[in-house]
Design a protein around this ligand. Structure first.
Ligand SMILES: NC(=O)c1ccc[n+]([C@@H]2O[C@H](COP(=O)([O-])OP(=O)(O)OC[C@H]3O[C@@H](n4cnc5c(N)ncnc54)[C@H](O)[C@@H]3O)[C@@H](O)[C@H]2O)c1
Length: 268
């Protein structure tokens, strides 16, 4: 069996109803894992779960989850562990981006990003680690993958607060990896830094920075990103999904506490 193979593994993916999370859920299922998608978008999430690669041994699922709610997390992880019969992989992918110049930031928008991107990821690690550690409801260790952003590693205009939340995701990842190791949880914790991918969020960002006058057009904003990227193109959903499969699998068994750039070199 390949070290990249995920047969028998049980995965929970937040924000899996669309975009990168949908791609990550698909890639994990294709690698052999059974997947539960968690999202605030119930109909879309259920539809994605139904479409995942499947066989007679695997029934993928969906749980409703607002990542900003501690109670929601408690219920969602418990439902996922029950549905899957365990939990080995948690992908904290749900996130939001609200573009603004620093001089125009609105307190409620800042709080929203802090809530979803920082608190949501923190609560995910809390409940994921509790379930995966030896005395937990799943109890078998595992791998947690948080989704940060290349924005945590560069200074792109218009996304100061978003970038700050993603820097926080990186730092929380490292501390969590240290605690999990020291306390013998058997859980690796890593994050990825995706480059710009034209999902709803990525395309929205290109439009927003053009509207703010930072670039002459959305196409010029995309061109500037490509120009800064040695690989010479935008990211694709599969680029991020395959990195998540790697960090979920035994191929990365001696890797914990890292932030893995998946950005074509943009953030180096
Ligand atoms: N697209 C990019 O260019 C890019 C680049 C770097 C990092 N990222 C990060 O990747 C992740 C996914 O981004 P995407 O492009 O797929 O975005 P997207 O907006 O297409 O999808 C985000 C998903 O998260 C869900 N979500 C939002 N708030 C939630 C909440 N409170 N609880 C549960 N689910 C919630 C949404 O319903 C949606 O399904 C985010 O964390 C984002 O910051 C994206």
């Amino acid at each position: 069996m390949s070290v990249f193979e995920l047969s028998g593994r049980k995965a929970l993916v937040t924000g899996g109803a669309q975009g990168l999370g949908e791609g990550m859920a698909k890639a994990l299922a294709e690698a052999g894992a059974t997947v539960v998608i968690a999202d605030i978008q119930e109909e879309a999430g259920r539809t994605v779960a139904k479409g995942l690669a499947s066989d007679s041994d695997r029934e993928h699922g969906f749980v409703a989850l607002d990542v900003t709610s501690d109670d929601n997390w408690e219920r969602a992880v418990s439902e996922a562990v029950e549905h899957l019969g365990g939990l080995d992989i948690l992908v904290n992918n749900a996130g939001i981006e609200i573009t603004s110049l620093i001089t125009e930031i609105q307190a409620d928008q800042v709080r929203k990003m802090l809530d979803v991107n920082i608190l949501g990821t923190a609560l995910g690690m809390k409940h994921g680690l509790r379930a995966m550690r030896p005395d937990g409801s799943a109890g078998n260790g595992g791998s947690i993958i948080n989704v940060a952003s290349v924005a945590a590693t560069i200074a792109f205009p218009g996304i100061a607060i978003y970038s700050g939340t993603k820097s926080a995701v990186e730092r929380m990842t490292k501390v969590a990896a240290m605690e999990a190791g020291k306390l013998g949880y058997g859980v690796r914790v890593n994050c990825i830094f995706p480059g710009l991918v034209p999902t709803a969020m990525g395309a929205g960002l290109a439009n927003d920075v053009a509207e703010l006058g930072l670039f002459p057009s959305p196409e010029a904003a995309v061109g500037a990103v490509v120009e800064l990227t040695p690989a010479g193109r935008l990211g694709a959903v599969d680029d991020m999904a395959d990195a998540v499969v790697f960090l979920a699998s035994d191929a990365s068994r001696f890797i914990t506490g890292i932030g893995l750039p998946v950005d074509g070199g943009m953030g180096m």
